[in-house]
Design a protein around this ligand. Structure first.
Ligand code: ADP
Length: 490
């Protein structure tokens, strides 16, 4: 099959979260299954053109938008290490900015609706102009949700675009792309689609809702999150529209790219290790303690965090518990993250009041993320909601036992510790509160000191879990085949 991924992020070119990991590793896995896959991205300022050998492809490409406006952009191209072609829509007016979606003060760009409607339209224009003739166009999150609507609503001549099946994957329903209705005309959809069941949301445009309506198949990134988003509580208002899709909405667990995240071949950690050769993990822990200025004179386990500081992640509640944890237990914390300015200040300051017990790095740093995964004993994700979560899956492979709230993909990937048998791969709690976090970290720390044989067994079980893309890619392949054959809606 010919499959086009249209997305706003893709590792290693540009990444703010797990979406980028998926858009990089799923195409690779699909290619290995024998499909022809390409990726289309916006060319942001931050993408290093020379490093990635991004070359001119089309010097100019005209893209009609609504209200009779035509934009002129250019297209560039490179290939990934795995030989997947990647095309970039170059349009400085929209993408030559410091941020992807927000300015330096974390405010959405005022023209985001126009920016990503344009990108969605331009990506399809590229498929048409290069005569790609896709069987499936796979869009991701609100930024490219309009792709499905353009496929169904625009005139595509004999380019084959309107024959393509549209798949939309929701990586996080907390972000829907809700903007002022003024941009609707420019997007180029008809008034008849500005309805509460389609694009309209309390007088504003809701990109994700429109995309859900038009997509032939909507997926999300774990089975539990699919359930949570159709039963109300976690859907941010979209449960009715997802329920309308019936069996056209399913959860497929994300895989992870073990070529980048496996201690047995991780080039970014000081010493490699595996479940049957664990000495290297102790060295990594020593390096981690050194880097984060943690006291290394006694055997004290380390609790790691690598996260965006966003409301979703529950770290505000962890912040309420961490001083009590560090005062009351023999454990240390190593925190890497950025985002919410209050949390940045708090976690940035914590080491000064807890010297030797807490270390933090405020910012984005992939090397340190790998060191934390490798050197920590436990990894905490107290998320309010978590569509899939990648870090806990990485943690499992590094023998770093996850402590997680029992929600979304965390529920699907971590198996609760059984204190009688030593079975399980981590520690789960249901209710998000300071007390639950304190108690569950306490449970993990007491297991470390009092039941070391269980800890060893859990580590081995965790490291042998397999969440590679092979299985999930086959599930995507199945739905692609289904909808491109007979599931396409008119
Ligand atoms: P989300 O997509 O909600 O941010 P995931 O767990 O699915 O959460 O994916 C997060 C990805 O981003 C992981 O690959 C993680 O290592 C990375 N990451 C998050 N914050 C940082 C950071 N401050 N520095 C380096 N990597 C980070």
């Amino acid at each position: 099959m010919k499959i086009a991924f249209i997305a706003s992020e893709c590792d290693p070119f540009v990444k703010t979260g797990g979406l980028a990991d998926v858009v990089s590793s799923l195409p690779k896995a699909l290619k290995e299954l024998g499909h022809e896959v390409i990726i289309i991205l916006p060319l942001y300022n931050s993408i290093r053109r020379k490093n990635f050998k991004i070359e001119p492809f089309f010097d100019s490409m005209g893209v009609w938008m609504g209200a009779g406006i035509q934009e002129w952009c250019a297209v560039r191209k490179t290939v990934t290490q795995d030989k997947v072609p990647v095309f970039f829509i170059e349009y400085d007016h929209y993408f030559a900015r410091d941020g992807l979606y927000c300015d330096n003060l974390n405010r959405d760009y005022a023209d985001n609706a126009a920016r990503f409607a344009f990108f969605s339209r331009a990506a399809l224009q590229l498929l048409k102009d290069m005569d790609f003739r896709p069987d499936v166009v796979h869009a991701h999150d609100w930024q490219t949700a309009p792709v499905a609507a353009y496929i169904k609503r625009w005139e595509w001549g004999n380019s084959g675009i309107d024959k393509a099946a549209a798949v939309l994957t929701i990586h996080n329903i907390g972000y829907q792309g809700v903007y002022h209705a003024d941009a609707y005309k420019y997007c180029g959809f008809g008034e008849w689609d500005f309805l509460p069941d389609i694009f309209e949301d309390h007088g504003r445009i809701n990109f994700l809702k429109g995309g859900i309506h038009f997509a032939d198949m909507v997926t999300t990134v774990s089975p539990t999150y699919a359930k949570e988003t159709t039963t109300g509580g976690q859907s941010y208002g979209l449960a009715p529209y997802l329920n309308n899709k019936k069996d056209k909405y399913i959860g497929i667990l994300n895989g992870v790219d073990y070529s980048a995240w496996d201690p047995a071949n991780d080039k970014l950690i000081p010493v490699k290790f595996s479940y049957d050769k664990m000495e290297g993990k102790a060295v990594c822990r020593g390096m981690l303690k050194q880097k984060f200025r943690l006291d290394n004179s006694k055997d004290v386990p380390v609790l790691g965090i690598v996260s965006r500081f966003a409301d979703q992640k529950g770290l505000d509640v962890f912040a309420g518990a961490v001083e009590r944890i560090l005062n009351g237990m023999a454990v240390q914390v190593a925190i890497l993250g950025a985002g919410d300015t209050n949390l940045e200040s708090y976690f940035g300051w914590l080491p000064s009041i807890m010297p030797g017990k807490a270390g933090s790095y405020i910012g984005y740093n992939n090397d340190i993320a790998h060191l934390i995964e490798a050197g920590s004993d436990f990894f905490i994700m107290p998320s309010r909601y978590e569509p899939c979560g990648l870090n806990q899956i990485y943690s499992l492979r590094y023998g770093t036992l996850p402590i997680v709230r029992n929600t979304g993909g965390l529920a699907d990937t971590v198996v609760q510790y059984n204190e009688k048998t030593g079975d399980g791969t981590g520690f789960k709690f249901d209710y998000l509160s300071v007390d639950s976090i304190f108690d569950t970290v306490g449970w993990a720390v007491s297991t470390y000191f009092d039941r070391p044989e269980h800890l060893k067994k859990m580590r081995k079980t965790a490291m042998l879990q397999d969440f590679s893309w092979t299985k999930s890619a086959k599930e995507y392949e199945k739905i692609y085949k289904n909808i491109s054959l007979h599931g396409k809606q008119k």
